[in-house]
Design a protein around this ligand. Structure first.
Ligand code: ADP
Ligand code: MG
Length: 582
């Protein structure tokens, strides 16, 4: 508690005025640090002092530090916090305010509605893809598996557990599936259109985070926009004009503008409860000894977000949660070879649902591909417990699958009925241009590569099969990567096999809005920002394809400075925000 009070915000003011200010002035006047980023730092340094600098023309009629103080207090009072580890002793930690945008960002009601409507269809798509072993093998088995051992390992386990017949009892094949998905979108204008539409950045099927924190941030933003309505209206109006097309600006629906209630923190635990209850009714475990397992990373910092789900599960449904890393699960969890029940050895508790907030990156398996973490993952998967996600759901969320699904005719494989045509149309409209760089590259894919090589690298993003932020290639790095791995002849291009695991994606250009971003409870800066909407969706399906539950489950908006390429809140690029529907 004492350490918590000694956060930099409380000690910064004298430090700034006595030491940093003269240094900064000298640096600026010697023209060494005059850059966009140094101007962004100015408000950071002065945020808690009485000196107010213009906030990059952000039109606010209340001093920003007053609003920031309200926001921080509200955030602390409501747990909008992340855990931080001390540099010199990683075993000790403290909590600080999560990175957030001071105010919500304008978002067209129509586009938000589209994301909500697509949610159950993406759930259905993931479920169907997860059951199509041929499709997964064709898509991920060739160049992707050759160049990415992580995806290769997931696919190999999937085949061992769900496809091959071993003669042994196979409990995984009888287990239900729980999907907790988040489809991420950016607003983007199609050529010739004056309206912004949603385009999918990616579909997360494992460890989709921030349901807890984003629910609280939207409540914070509802508070600020009503409590300070007159002070913030100019900023909201300015941003509103940027996101609305000419039609929408005059006819933007009957519902009043504002931040909607975010049901994520209620709906995700409620989907977990559906899966939990289904397990109980199928297998009748001891009701006093049945739990949900949260598989978590050692050293995780986004713990508050995870704990919120845990506490809500108890509050609303009296379902207890046990947290454990994959490393510990290897020794502490036993699989009953006769029944397929998964039990915690020391307590005898039975695990009905396994919820993965770890396991999505190679670093979550420190003992290597034949090591104990992968053995633990396989053990959990082989049980009769409901996995969120199962290996199939996990694979369905890979970037290569996303690219393959955008190919003409692909969606028809999963939505074959005539009545599905509307669904296919809706999903397709949300796809951006996606191109393969593997041995299956078509003429269209190759022409995107040629476009990059001809100098259009700013119109694309290059992505490997990784999750968690920080892996993509943009701009000159993207160009250099392709130049090094593409042989260009007269009219053709030859792609090196190392590109097999990459996809090339059309770059999206969301509207640029004014915002003030806070990090660690302090104003990080203000100015031009872009946002990415995440739409949560939950699904519970039985082994024979019966969908027991399928719904939209809330939202997340992440906002970052427009000159930052990457996303991700936990990885330090973006902040938590909310849509101000208009
Ligand atoms: P990850 O699994 O690492 O989150 P993403 O595909 O979500 O991978 O990419 C990370 C971030 O990069 C996104 O949050 C977004 O900010 C940015 N990004 C990804 N794809 C695009 C794109 N097509 N256009 C613009 N920005 C993108
Ligand atoms: Mg992402």
């Amino acid at each position: 508690m004492f350490l918590f009070m000694l956060q930099p915000s409380t000690i910064r003011k004298p430090f700034v005025s006595t030491l940093l200010l003269p240094i900064l002035i000298i640096l600026i006047f010697s023209q060494q640090v005059i850059s966009v980023s140094s101007f962004r730092l100015l408000p950071l340094l002065f945020s808690s002092s009485t000196v107010l600098l213009p906030m990059d023309n952000v039109p606010l009629s209340v001093p920003v530090h007053e609003l920031a103080a309200q926001a921080n207090s509200y955030a602390s009072a409501n747990g909008v916090q992340v855990e931080k580890r001390y540099e010199n002793d990683k075993s000790k930690s403290y909590f600080e305010c999560a990175p957030m945008s001071l105010l919500p960002n304008a978002y067209p009601k129509r586009a938000f509605g589209q994301a909500q409507e697509l949610a159950p269809h993406f759930n259905q798509l993931v479920d169907r893809v997860s059951r199509d072993a041929d499709f997964l093998h064709q898509t991920l088995g060739g160049g992707v598996s050759d160049t990415d051992p992580y995806t290769a390992k997931l696919l190999q386990l999937y085949k061992e557990i769900y496809v091959q017949e071993s003669g042994e009892p196979n409990f995984a094949k009888t287990a239900d599936f729980l999907g907790i998905h988040r489809s991420d979108y950016m607003l983007h204008k199609d050529k010739g259109s004056d309206q912004y539409n949603i385009k999918q950045v990616e579909l997360n099927t494992i460890a989709s985070s921030f349901a807890g924190l984003s629910t609280k941030v939207s409540a914070l933003h509802r508070h600020l926009t009503s409590r300070f309505e007159d002070d913030v209206k100019d900023l909201l109006e300015t941003n509103k004009k940027v996101v609305l097309g000419s039609d929408e600006a005059t006819t933007n629906g009957d519902t009043p503008d504002g931040v909607p209630v975010n049901p994520a923190l209620e709906r995700i635990p409620s989907a977990m409860k559906v899966a939990f209850a289904q397990y109980q009714s199928r297998f009748s475990p001891d009701p006093k000894k049945t739990v949900i397992l949260f598989v978590v990373q050692d050293g995780e910092t986004n713990t508050v977000d995870q704990r919120m789900l845990e506490f809500q599960l108890w509050q609303d449904h009296q379902v207890p949660v046990v947290r454990m890393s994959l490393t510990s699960a290897h020794t502490e969890i036993e699989l009953d070879g006769k029944t397929g029940a998964l039990k915690i050895a020391s307590t005898g508790q039975e695990i009905a649902v396994v919820y993965f907030r770890a396991g999505y990156a190679p670093t979550d398996y420190p003992d290597g591909y034949d090591g104990i973490e992968w053995k633990a993952r396989a053990k959990l998967e082989r049980s009769r417990a409901t996995k969120s996600p199962s290996l199939g759901y996990h694979l369905a969320g890979t970037k290569k699958v996303q690219q393959e699904l955008a190919r003409p005719g692909s969606l028809e494989r999963f939505f074959p009925q005539d009545s599905d045509k509307v669904i296919i149309e809706g999903l397709k409209q949300a796809f951006a241009g996606l191109y393969s760089l593997g041995d299956d590259a078509t003429e269209e894919d190759k022409s995107a590569v040629k476009d990059v090589l001809a100098g259009a690298e700013g119109k694309y993003v290059l992505k490997p099969q990784r999750e968690g932020g920080g892996y993509n290639f943009y701009g000159e790095n993207l160009l250099a990567k392709l130049k090094a791995n593409v042989k260009q002849t007269d009219s053709d291009v030859e792609l090196a096999p190392v590109l097999g695991e990459f996809i090339l994606m059309e770059r999206l250009f969301p509207p640029i809005q004014k915002a003030i971003l806070l990090r660690g409870g302090k104003v990080e800066g203000s100015g031009d920002t872009i946002s990415e909407l995440g739409c949560f969706a939950t699904v519970v399906a039985s082994t024979d394809g019966n969908v027991l539950h399928n719904e939209y489950a809330g939202f997340l908006l992440r906002t970052k400075f427009s000159n930052v390429d990457e996303g991700g809140v936990a990885s330090g690029f973006a902040t938590l925000s909310s849509p101000y529907l208009c």
